[in-house]
Design a protein around this ligand. Sequence first.
Ligand code: ACO
Length: 330
Amino acid sequence: MSKSKKIGITGLGMYVPKKVLANKDLEKMVDTSDEWITTRTGIKKRRIVKPGTPSSVLAVEAAKRALSQAKIKPEDLEVIIVATVTPDMPFPSTACFVQSKLKAKNAAAFDIGAACSGFIYGLVIAKQFIETGLYKNALVIGVEVLTSITDWTDRNTCVLFGDGAGAAVVEPVASGGIISTYLGADGNLANLLYMPGGGSRHPASSQTVNKRMHYIKMSGSEVFKFAVRIMTDAATRAVCDAHIACPDIKLLIPHQANMRIIDSVRKRIGLKPEQVFLNVAKYGNVSAASTIMALCEAVEEKRVKKNDYIVLVAFGGGFTWGSCVIKWSY
Ligand code: ACO
């Protein structure tokens, strides 16, 4: 294994469904207001799929764009990693559906479950595969159809989530690449953010349906406090391991859960507002797709250029968290 091999991102793509659900629309569904949602979360609208659209459909659209940008043919792809909490079905993996739809017949394929940290977990796995020489390239996708597990009668959660997908091709690069990574988890906090029904603990039954166990359950204020502390810690660790300092960071690209969480993290790390990328107002919280969609838009908007240092950081159900510093390669 060559430790000196530089591994980076060579192509990006994202896809969101066309239909917009604005805060004003939610006012007609639950006892809430545009003003409450905007001031407490920073979210103005989110994209939602037509009911019955599976995650793989969104994932494939994002993947095609990333492959085209990286100039990789589907048949040359060696592994597909899909991060999601809303797979098409419990098995086979959504990655297998993506592999079939892309006609990436030579690629291994599997899903990972790390909730909103899933894309960063996937990126770290892809980096290891390439570093060890097992694979030459990897496609990492973060995708969610969170509206399929959203309780539209619960104002505490239904205003937060949306649907979307982002994808990145990971390969050896001539310059820059992923400089440092950090992952963590605390399973003792699983009951603060979870979906209890449908697994082996509570298999689907009329009882689980009646008890609304197939929807996201969340203790919002506990999640909020933990998120601020752990995202600050995770970002700081990756930055220290990369041997850079705050002024060197061109852009912090955080999981887009809540504007107030992101702003608290920014202040604690000591960054200026212009050093942080935000798109939470447009898409809400898209869990595993959130960080990669934000990275895609940041690059598209030319907020990131070759040789810039960027920091990705996320936290999510589990709890899980992850961060990385990337020196941008193109
Ligand atoms: N509209 C109007 N009022 C509401 C709404 C709403 N949509 N939701 C809650 N309220 C009310 C509550 O009922 C409560 O009323 P009460 O005081 O009469 O009981 C009041 O607003 C305050 O509620 P809090 O929960 O204290 O509000 P808070 O300021 O904490 O904001 C929020 C709530 C936005 C959920 C915040 O806690 C948060 O963002 N938490 C983190 C969420 C998050 O990041 N989740 C990650 C999920 S990612 C994943 O892994 C899927």
